[in-house]
Design a protein around this ligand. Structure first.
Ligand code: ASP
Length: 325
């Protein structure tokens, strides 16, 4: 089916997609629709996985990652581990449009944002701080006592005794368990009336991540990719999408003439190659406005709207049970 324009986004995108849809309806660009939708999601204080009030890292600081990519030109911009700015997606777009680079991280990205007049502010309020303490104190973790001790030790002894803590506990295993639910991201993909596709991603990453940890979201090829014919983006355990180059592979397979659903599905079945626990959700959309979503976790949904629709509708993503033999 061919649509004039279309937009889709992850389960937290409902607060942003109507604005993106309006931009597309009025003939605006896919890039503008993506950026505007994501800014509204970043502003949502109740979404503790993106922008304002995103999950802090282990030491209590919110570090944000974001990226944006244009399909026709394959221009791309991203930032990672950026503190104190509410709209990482807009900084990423500036990296794409006016810097000679594709990706800026940490202090350098913050300097760049400051120089362009982005306002620095506190991006965590009492709700976010409470969330952080609940994790540190083990209240929001349905996990054995050992895991709670570990998070406290990591937090208290990160600087001086990190090596010792990592030797003493199975830190990797613990993070793998944590990564089942304490995280999230937003993905938005838009197709405009001029048949341009764009993809954007924004996140605070994995809760209680090590300071400086970068996930898949700002990495082109891993958590985001867009060509002239199709865009793809991921949410879930970022380390998995990085190791598998998920978004790029989904795009590549579609370009090699695999149907959209098959291409997207293959990003999930690739997980079998590394036999590691974690969740992965993939959203894709082609330049006809068809959208596809696959996940290895039951009950995940996304939002979609095209030029025949008044507003975005909720759709269940296709669940692949990788544990089933
Ligand atoms: N993919 C994100 C990251 O690893 C987190 C998420 O989507 O849940 O940073």
């Amino acid at each position: 089916m061919q649509f004039d324009y279309a937009i889709c986004g992850t389960r937290n995108a409902d607060v942003g997609l109507p604005a993106g849809l309006k931009i597309l309806r009025e003939g605006g660009s896919a890039l503008d629709a993506v950026e505007e939708s994501i800014k509204l999601i970043e502003n949502n204080p109740y979404d503790i996985t993106v922008g304002f009030n995103g999950f802090p890292n282990l030491l209590g600081t919110v570090e944000l990652d974001a990226s944006i990519m244009d399909g026709k030109t394959r221009q791309a911009g991203s930032i990672a581990a950026v503190r104190n700015f509410r709209h990482p997606i807009s900084i990423a777009r500036k990296v794409m449009e006016i810097s000679p680079h594709v990706m800026l991280v940490g202090e350098g990205a913050e300097k760049f944002a400051r120089a362009l007049g982005f306002i620095e502010e506190d991006i965590i309020d009492e709700l976010g701080i409470k969330n952080y303490h609940n994790i540190i104190e083990g209240k929001s973790l349905e996990m054995p006592q050992e895991a709670q001790t570990l998070v406290r030790e990591l937090f208290m002894r990160f600087d001086d005794h990190l090596k010792e803590v990592m030797e003493k506990y199975a830190v990797k295993d613990w993070y793998r368990k944590l990564s089942f639910d304490k995280h999230g991201t937003t993905n938005v993909i838009a197709l405009d009336k001029h048949n341009n596709l764009a993809v954007g991603v924004s996140t605070s990453g994995l809760a209680m991540k090590f300071p400086g940890r970068v996930g898949d979201s700002p990495l082109f090829g891993a958590g985001i990719y867009c060509s002239e014919t199709v865009g793809a983006a991921c949410t879930g355990t970022g380390e998995l999408a990085i190791r598998l180059s998920t978004a790029r592979l989904v795009v590549d397979r579609y370009e090699r003439k695999l149907p959209l659903d098959e291409s997207t599905r293959s990003g999930i079945t690739d997980l079998m190659k590394i036999k590691e626990e974690g969740v992965l959700h993939i959203l894709s959309m082609n330049n006809k406005g068809d959208c596809s979503a696959f996940t290895n976790k039951d009950g995940i949904f996304h939002f979609y709207a095209d030029s025949n629709m008044e507003e975005p509708v909720k759709r269940l993503s296709n669940y692949i049970n990788l544990k089933k033999k």
